[in-house]
Design a protein around this ligand. Structure first.
Ligand code: BGC
Length: 414
């Protein structure tokens, strides 16, 4: 009797059709703040509707430095995640190693070539083949401000250049508020640096010094001025900034403790998540002196090669879901970014989102859309991380402007 039951059970399992096994994806990402989690839920919900189970693998830390360390460990252990959020040069570096899934057939079928801006494709493709699905276009040269705090401090209009910004921030400080909410983490200092470089030297200097790594441009007085200005910003930050997470800094602007935050437009996700409305509760503007230019970073999803037919099928479902225009709108409305496709309507976006979309399109046309230094779209990770180190030590007063310039020149050789 017992034996019969066992035989029956074995026969039942063997007869189960293969599709009864639920498809799943394990997604490694660094979207751990409230706004980021809300955006991620849009993607998660989309896949779950298609019957694909979502296994979450969060590794906190903007810029993805910690996440990339986790990915390397998983790949070394021959256990890569299904899909990984990645930026810029990290994508093409993995492409070079041949570890990632070729998405070219799907991309060709769905016409990604025609709808994704070339500036993004540069990182989405390796050897001419699609290896990642871009979900958005973020940019770093933004300022987020609390409208009421600015009114109380008598800041009546948008600062148009760096000096006007410092004057406005000083007014906020004199009115008893924290002028600039900042989180003292290397990637956050580097994010501020993106804006200060663009504002101080302009687009040609940015490209020469930080994309082409021209030693003369890097060693110039302009770079010294950039560091001087980073020092000016440092004086307008509160004493408890060390180690603070970026979303906590956003929270200080949202709650009216601080006037400004210099941060990429993922910060808008925090304002939206707190039910704040642009123009009414908060203001968004390009970092003063960078109007007309955009320092971008695009979150993309890379699929690792897996020896499993069901998992590989789920990878393609995830990639297709990411690229779907309706999803790109729904996701980016919440995330704070612009869509990674040029054919998505801006109708559902708020004023800051509409501005982001317009700015990216205009910069793309005018050739003023440049990769973010801080977020892996200007130089590969080894140099980016060496830059982080110099920028942070300078911000913390460990080296002066001149020494920082010299160290930056050396870091570019990494
Ligand atoms: C990513 C954003 C993310 C931010 C903070 C950036 O590197 O591109 O998507 O919201 O880090 O975590």
């Amino acid at each position: 009797m017992k034996k019969q039951l066992v035989t029956l059970a074995v026969a039942t399992v063997a007869a189960m059709p293969a599709f009864a096994q639920q498809q799943s994806v394990e997604v490694l990402h660094w979207w751990t703040s409230g706004g980021e989690a809300a955006a991620l839920n849009v993607l998660k919900g989309n896949l779950e509707k298609q019957g694909v189970k979502w296994n979450d693998m969060p590794v906190a830390g903007g810029g993805g430095e910690a996440a990339m360390t986790a990915v390397r460990a998983r790949v070394t252990a021959s256990n890569p995640p299904t899909a990984v959020q990645m930026l810029g040069f990290d994508i093409t570096d993995w492409g070079k190693q041949g570890a990632v899934t070729d998405l070219n057939a799907l991309a060709a079928r769905e016409g990604w070539d025609k709808t994704v801006p070339l500036a993004l494709q540069k990182f989405s493709k390796y050897n001419g083949k699609w290896i990642s699905a871009p979900v958005n276009i973020h940019s770093t040269n933004w300022i987020w401000a609390n409208k009421e705090v600015l009114a109380k401090a008598g800041v009546k209009s948008e600062p148009k250049n760096f000096d006007e910004f410092i004057a406005a921030a000083e007014k906020v400080q004199q009115a008893g508020f924290i002028a600039i909410a900042h989180g003292g983490q290397p990637w956050q200092e580097a994010t501020v640096f993106d804006s200060v470089v663009l504002s101080t030297g302009g687009i040609e200097y940015y490209k020469k010094a930080f994309i082409e790594l021209d030693p003369k441009a890097l060693k110039s007085e302009t770079t010294e001025k950039v560091f001087h200005r980073m020092g000016q910003i440092r004086k307008l930050v509160d004493k408890d900034f060390s180690g603070r997470d970026w979303n906590v800094a956003s929270g200080m602007v949202i709650s009216g403790k601080a006037g400004f935050q210099i941060m990429g437009d993922w910060a808008k996700g925090e304002f939206v998540n707190a039910k704040q409305v642009p123009g009414k509760d908060f203001l968004c503007y390009r970092f003063p002196g960078t109007q007309g230019t955009v320092a971008f970073n695009s979150d993309q999803f890379v699929m690792f090669k897996l020896n499993d037919a069901e998992k590989s099928a789920a990878q393609l479902k995830l990639a297709a879901a990411i690229m779907e225009p309706g999803f790109q709108s729904a996701f980016n409305v919440v995330k704070g970014s612009a869509p990674a496709r040029t054919d998505v309507s801006d109708a559902a976006f708020d004023d800051c989102g509409k501005k982001a979309i317009k700015d990216v399109a205009a910069a793309n046309k005018a050739n003023t859309l440049v990769g973010s230094i801080a977020h892996g779209h200007a130089v590969p990770a080894s140099i980016k991380n060496a830059f982080y180190d110099v920028i942070t030590r300078h911000f913390n007063g460990q080296i002066d402007d001149k020494k920082a310039v010299a160290e930056l020149v050396a870091a570019a050789k990494n």
